[in-house]
Write a protein that binds this ligand. Sequence first.
Ligand code: ZN
Length: 203
Amino acid sequence: MGIYPPSLKKLIEQFSRLPGIGQKSATRVALFILRSNKELAESLAGSLMEIKEKIKFCSICFNLTDDDPCSICRNENRADGTICVVEGSGEQIALEESGIFKGRYHVLQGALSPLDGIGPEDLKIGQLLKRFDTEEIKEIIIATNPTTEGETTASFLVNLLSGKDSALKITRIALGVPMGGDLKYMDRMTLEHAMKSRISINQ
Ligand SMILES: [Zn+2]
């Protein structure tokens, strides 16, 4: 690394901290930016600042949005009484991009992980319960990931919601989603199957 000037070295180091970008890719991207015209660097820097300033979490579903509430929560056509609960924004985007789900979402912003000290109060679970006061919710689809943390979160939610309202339907997305898998990297067909063949947990 000693061959690069300090400022370039710093940029490479920063890029290599990004997910999925190793030292080689970071160097390639940094050198590309260095060779490109100044406009590219300016627009990149501008976009980076813009997402930090503009993008926030929807105060209803905790999905990423420019406007609060987000366009999905504002869309009356999507108020069908179904809420799909996912762990993070990546999962919400994957499901939304697949186009298979037309209801509303709730993004927990994580999963329960007692070993890492992540409890219910660290997730948007209380906020999910609050939605029952203002929305007519008929079904909760639990679409947490098929991992230990995702399953723990799903069981916790089932217990919590079962006592809420006997008419509430609680479903869990079906298999087809491999254990240990991650929803945000699943293809549309797998997601569609998982959603369509979801199983009822409490009825
Ligand atoms: Zn929203």
